[in-house]
Every structure is written in structure tokens, then in C-alpha cells.
Design a protein around this ligand. Structure first.
Ligand SMILES: O=C(O)C1=C[C@@H](OP(=O)(O)O)[C@@H](O)[C@H](O)C1
Ligand SMILES: C=C(OP(=O)(O)O)C(=O)O
Length: 412
């Protein structure tokens, strides 16, 4: 049995930073993620005048319920969609002129439903180039609040940004959503808002957010369940056993359900409140699975799918086409390059059984493509080469070292 320590959750770290910045008092965050996304989020807050003390394993954030400490700022959001979507909403509830830009990759990703909603709430927001994309400028003068509608079919992060901001408005928000994807991330948002003292709740398709101030707290960040998926998949693929401590049925992260997907494929899975263990079967089974709730693990599943005894079909994942890259297209391209038969439609991918051969993998600057196909390499004679191995820094800079340690232990 191999124990793998997984770094902190990207999504929980981003929310915790937002909530701590907006809370009355000083918040202690334990075991935050150290990666490009989380560093970028913290750097963005600092540019807005928030004070964050970063010690190894412990970040302390001085909250400012009234909003940014500066009247003007320029924030670069790197590749992080949580930074690029949550921070413009945060500043909108404050006062001042704030410009946001992001990497070329992030500039391509959608923002329109969120900026449209902020405008509906009276926020003066202008896009500098393409409508609905970075760069943008917010001239903020507080938000009164009220009712609004939101299309969350491309990303749940639009809703999370508004939910997190709701308590900072004068009257609170009532947000009615359509076509919501990635529901577990919204449940995570509500659960974390509760931990910081706000009783936002969902009734049907409407989210009610009272203007109830956030209070500082002491918050322990869980290991990242999407990152865990690569190590659980590695066990499933090689017939080994991997245990991940700190991540189990009590997790706030929907992606822990990836273990259930592996169970359907024949792996032995045991889940306690705070750990998960996966043992790979003799032969993986082909399955059909809807991954709308856990779409960050689509590339992980696609990468081990050729080793099934029948086709693996992944459905209802259109929005994986607007992530760091078009992930259905990237999975299709790379599996084909390895000689695997694969087909895709608007919101699905189907992968047929076959032994992959060595190939050069096009990462498209996407950490999940790089990490997923590194797992395929464990059972690919000749392995793979990645055109951009460093792109894993977005969520797990130490990924390659961690996977090499597994290889060494398993003598692969
Ligand atoms: O809110 C979050 O922290 C996230 C929500 C999901 O995005 P979508 O809602 O765009 O699917 C997920 O893919 C992303 O990695 C993190
Ligand atoms: C989609 C992802 O990130 P982001 O927060 O940039 O959307 C991801 O980490 O897979």
C-alpha cells in the first residue's frame, strides 16, 4: 500500500482567501495550496491592498469588509479562472477603479454571464477588447443588491463569484440560475460561506444570500480531490493500492466521486470519513458515465480508458471545451496520437480499448492534460513526452516528482 500526500485544494484555497479578505477580523488558513493559481489569487488580493502573511503551511489574512484598501489597482490573474472570476466580483462591492487582465489562455475563456450580472446590479464595468472577456475595468461604488438571473451553463464559477459577493452588498442577493454545471462546487461555496458566518441557501433554482457579514475563522484546507484523481487512477491502472489521507466521504469536493467511477470500472474502493483507498483490478471495465458534476476528472478517466475491456463513454461535459483548453479535443488528439480509437460529439467522448503506443503529447498549456497522460505513460511501452511539462505548476508544481516516486516504488 502506498500513501500519497496530496497538496491543498485549489478551489477551497481560492474561496478561503476571498472569504478571509471579506471577513471582519484576521483569518488563519492552514495547509493552503502552493501553486500558480493560489499564489496568483493571493497576489491579486495584495495588489488590492489586502494584507496576507504567508508562512510555510499557514497564511494569515487581515479582513477588510469594506473592500480593497486602495482606490486604484491593476490585477493580473495569470491562468486562474477562480482569480479572474472571483476578484472582479469582490471589488465591485467596494469603491475604486480596478483593472483586471489575464494570460492569453484565460483571456479566451468566457466571463460574459458574470460581467453581465454585475452590470445588471448597477456595476460600471467595461471590457477593453472582446465583450465578455479579459481585460476589463470595474469602476466600483458598492452594490445595493436585489434579484437577478444567471446562465451558469458554461461555468459554475459565475454563480460562486456572485454568491461570495452577496453578503458584501447592502440588501443581499437572490440569484436564479439556469443550466447549472459543476453543482458540487456551488455546494462547496455555500458550505464555506456558512463557516464564515453567512447563511446563504438554495431553494430550487434560486439562491438567497443575506447581507450578513462574514466573520474571520481558523480554516484547515483539505487536499485537492482533482489532484488525487491522478494517483487513484495510477493505482487503478497498475493493480496497485494507493491511500490518500485527509480526503474522504466528509470532503467538500465533488471530485472525490472519481473514486466511485473507478469502483464502477472494477477497482476496489474504500472510503472513510477522511481517507480514500483504491486498489486496481486485474482488468478495468468499460463504462458509460455522466461527469457533469466532476468534469475536471474527465481527462483523468480518458487517459486510463483505453485499458478497459470495453468502450468508456463520458457524457454531458460540454463545458470541458472552455477550460484551460478544449479538453475533449485535446483528449481526442492525444489518444489518437497513441493509436487509440476515439470519437467525440458536442458534449461527449467515447474511447475504445487498445494498447496505447509511445507518443508526443500536446498539453495545450493545460495541467490536467499533462498530468492525465503522465498516468497513461505508466502502462505505455516507451512512455510519453510532454511538450509543456511545467504547465502542472497551475495546481501541483511537484507532480512529476510525486509520480516518479510512485514509479520507483512500484518498479515501473
Ligand atoms: O469553482 C471552482 O473552484 C471550480 C469550478 C469548476 O469550474 P466550472 O464551474 O467552470 O466547471 C472546476 O472545473 C474548476 O477547476 C474549479
Ligand atoms: C478548470 C480548471 O481550472 P480553473 O479554476 O482555471 O477553471 C481546472 O483546474 O481544471
Amino acid at each position: 500500500m502506498t500513501i500519497v500526500e496530496i497538496p491543498g485544494s485549489k478551489s477551497i484555497t481560492a474561496r478561503a482567501l476571498f472569504l478571509a479578505a471579506a471577513a471582519e477580523g484576521s483569518t488563519v488558513l492552514r495547509r493552503p495550496l502552493l501553486s500558480d493559481d493560489s499564489e496568483g489569487f493571493a497576489e491579486g488580493l495584495r495588489a488590492l491592498g489586502y494584507r496576507i502573511d504567508q508562512q510555510p503551511g499557514v497564511w494569515t489574512v487581515e479582513g477588510r469588509p469594506a473592500g480593497p484598501a486602495v482606490a486604484e489597482a491593476d490585477v493580473f490573474c495569470r491562468d486562474g479562472a477562480t482569480t479572474a472570476r472571483f476578484l472582479p466580483a469582490l471589488v465591485s462591492a467596494g469603491r475604486g477603479t480596478f483593472r483586471f487582465d489575464a494570460s492569453a489562455q484565460m483571456r479566451r475563456r468566457p466571463l460574459g454571464p458574470l460581467t453581465g450580472a454585475l452590470r445588471e446590479l448597477g456595476v460600471d464595468l467595461t471590457h477593453e477588447q472582446a465583450e465578455g472577456h479579459h481585460p476589463l475595468t470595474v469602476r466600483a461604488d458598492g452594490i445595493k443588491g436585489g434579484a437577478l438571473t444567471l446562465d451558469a451553463g458554461l461555468s459554475s464559477q459565475f454563480l460562486t463569484a456572485l454568491l461570495l459577493t452577496g453578503p458584501l452588498t447592502a440588501d443581499g442577493l437572490d440569484i436564479t440560475v439556469s443550466d447549472l454545471v459543476s453543482v458540487p462546487y456551488v455546494e462547496m461555496t455555500l458550505a464555506m460561506m456558512r463557516r464564515f458566518g453567512n447563511d446563504a441557501r438554495r431553494v430550487g433554482d434560486t439562491f438567497h444570500v443575506p447581507a450578513q457579514p462574514y466573520r474571520a475563522t481558523d480554516y484547515l484546507i483539505e487536499p485537492d480531490a482533482s489532484t488525487a484523481s491522478y494517483f487513484l487512477a495510477a493505482a487503478a491502472l497498475t493493480g496497485r493500492t494507493v491511500t490518500i489521507p485527509g480526503l474522504g466521504s466528509d470532503s467538500l469536493q465533488g471530485d472525490i466521486r472519481f473514486a466511485e467511477v473507478l469502483r464502477q470500472m472494477g477497482a476496489e474502493v474504500s472510503l472513510s470519513a477522511d481517507s480514500v483507498t483504491v486498489t486496481g483490478p486485474e482488468r478495468l471495465r468499460g463504462i458509460t458515465v455522466n461527469m457533469r458534476d466532476i468534469s475536471d476528472t474527465v481527462p483523468t478517466l480518458a487517459a486510463i480508458a483505453p485499458f478497459g475491456d470495453g468502450p468508456v463513454r463520458i457524457e454531458d461535459v460540454y463545458n470541458t471545451r472552455v477550460k484551460e483548453c478544449d479538453r475533449l479535443a485535446a483528449c481526442e488528439q492525444n489518444l489518437r496520437a497513441m493509436g487509440v480509437r476515439v470519437s467525440t460529439g458536442r458534449d461527449w467522448i467515447e474511447i475504445h480499448p487498445g494498447q496505447p503506443h509511445a507518443a508526443a503529447i500536446a498539453c495545450h498549456g493545460d495541467h490536467r492534460i499533462a498530468m492525465s497522460f503522465s498516468v497513461t505513460a505508466l502502462r505505455t511501452p516507451g512512455g510519453v513526452t510532454l511538450d509543456d511539462p511545467a504547465c502542472v505548476r497551475k495546481t501541483f508544481p511537484g507532480f512529476h516528482e510525486a509520480l516518479s516516486a510512485l514509479r520507483a516504488e512500484w518498479q515501473l
